[in-house]
Design a protein around this ligand. Structure first.
Ligand SMILES: NC(=O)c1ccc[n+]([C@@H]2O[C@H](COP(=O)([O-])OP(=O)(O)OC[C@H]3O[C@@H](n4cnc5c(N)ncnc54)[C@H](O)[C@@H]3O)[C@@H](O)[C@H]2O)c1
Length: 413
């Protein structure tokens, strides 16, 4: 499975992609340049399961230049960009991933990462963390990081059950991660995935977004920006209220099902669009998912209630229901933004992966308890300041009198 693929040309294409990403990830590149001389990760073995995109390539190159050796596998069967695999493999990074790999290949990639005896484990979705814990083997792991909401939720469940064996930094929970990556990154790239898969006009369409968390609100905002009428479904009353006051039409899925032209799930939950909803949908409705796992649209049942299916365009499968209506599924119900497009733009991954790199350095430097930890706030703030600087934006600082005013209780009416 170690991908050599089509040799020279693919590798060259990958190198140019990495160059392009590096040019748009100024914060991570600055961290690389700053820390390179002291090599804070010297001799460290890192095992990473991340979407193998050009941005991940920039992160892995950074970790390597800080002294670590890295073994990388893909965190989704459809998200791997083969040219990045080729370019990184040529640079001495062990990569076990291939675009459109099978379930077996996916798990053999995870196994290969475990076989490399990693001391730090970086994960996106917590499949690797879970597998390491399930194997109960003697492991060398001193700590880990987690990139996404679903992974952090799983790790918190492990912590609650008292089974978490090493500290994990929840990169997702850093402000400079979820407020930007989940919202603007997924917002834009999900629309990108829908457009690449369908090339349909969004203006005037009715789009249904399930989940108004950070991902859902990004997608809803971008779809509205393209001229779509957006319906939001939620289970949390506060989030539903926020969506309503933001001007979205909030309804239950059973009500929205008959109105939607395009459906996007972003809940991190399962069975959001299921048999009773398929039964109500219009002929031609498009289904996409941007939540972490492919369980939000019940694809298995969709297959079961269809009399046939065919791939009509790249990353778009047409299902014909028994009554002749057709439903269209993007990227097999897996992450539409990574399966049908390229994932988040580099500028946003600049912040997410700066959090990853600095969290790994932190885990190496400090002994932490086997819990889910936040990214240290000084790292979060520093990344925000560096990003502003890179964007040429200057902000005010408080005067001494303002510091005194905001820090005291004596000043009132
Ligand atoms: N596609 C990507 O690149 C990408 C990027 C970041 C996060 N994610 C994934 O997207 C998912 C959502 O992440 P988030 O950060 O927005 O999480 P979040 O917790 O902020 O939001 C999830 C929302 O879904 C709602 N929800 C749960 N069950 C629901 C149901 N049955 N119907 C309607 N709403 C429901 C919750 O109330 C919550 O408001 C996670 O799986 C996360 O891992 C994907």
């Amino acid at each position: 499975l170690k991908a050599g693929l089509n040799g020279e040309r693919l590798e060259q294409k990958g190198k140019r992609q990495l160059e392009w990403a590096e040019a748009h990830m100024p914060v991570l590149m600055l961290i690389r340049r700053e820390l390179e001389p002291e090599r804070p990760l010297a001799g460290l073995r890192i095992g990473a399961v991340l979407h193998v995109t050009k941005e991940t390539g920039v992160l892995v190159r950074t970790l390597k230049s800080l002294g670590a050796s890295v073994t990388l596998a893909g965190s989704n069967p459809l998200s791997t960009q083969d040219e990045i695999v080729a370019a990184l493999s040529q640079e001495g990074i062990h990569v076990f991933a291939r675009h459109a790999e099978t379930q077996e290949e996916y798990y053999s990639g995870l196994d290969a990462v475990i076989q490399s005896s990693p001391q730090i484990v970086m994960d996106d979705g917590a499949d690797l963390h879970a597998l390491i814990h399930a194997k109960k083997s003697e492991i060398s792991v001193i700590g880990g990081t987690e990139e996404t909401t679903t992974g952090v939720n799983r790790l918190r469940a492990m912590e609650r059950e008292g089974v978490l064996r090493y500290p994990v930094i929840a990169v997702n929970d850093a402000h400079t991660k979820h407020l930007f990556d989940n919202r603007y990154g997924t917002g834009q790239s999900t629309v990108d995935g829908i457009l690449r898969a369908t090339n349909l006009l969004l203006a005037g369409k009715t789009c249904v977004v399930a989940g108004y968390g950070w991902v859902g609100r990004g997608i809803a905002a971008r779809l509205r920006g393209m001229g779509a009428k957006v319906i939001v479904t939620e289970t949390n009353p506060v989030k539903a209220l926020e969506a309503a006051m933001e001007g979205f039409d909030v309804r239950r899925m059973e009500e929205a099902a008959a109105s939607g032209d395009i459906f996007v799930t972003a809940t991190g939950n399962r069975g959001i669009i299921r048999e009773e909803h398929f039964a109500l949908m219009k002929d031609g409705a498009v289904l996409a998912n941007s939540g972490h796992f492919d369980v939000e649209v019940d694809v298995k049942t969709l297959r079961g209630v269809s009399k046939g299916s065919r791939v009509i365009r790249e990353n778009l499968e047409e299902f014909t229901l028994m009554d002749g209506r057709r439903l269209y599924l993007i990227a097999e119900g897996r992450l539409a933004n990574l399966g049908a497009a390229e994932g988040h733009p580099s500028e946003v991954m600049d912040m997410s992966f700066s959090n990853q790199a600095l969290s790994v350095v932190h885990l190496k430097r400090f002994k932490m308890s086997p819990k889910v930890h936040s990214v240290p706030p000084e790292i979060d703030l520093r990344i925000a300041s560096l990003k502003l600087e890179a964007m040429g934006i200057k902000i005010d600082s408080m005067t001494e009198s303002q510091e005194e005013y905001t820090g005291s209780w004596e000043f009132g009416t």
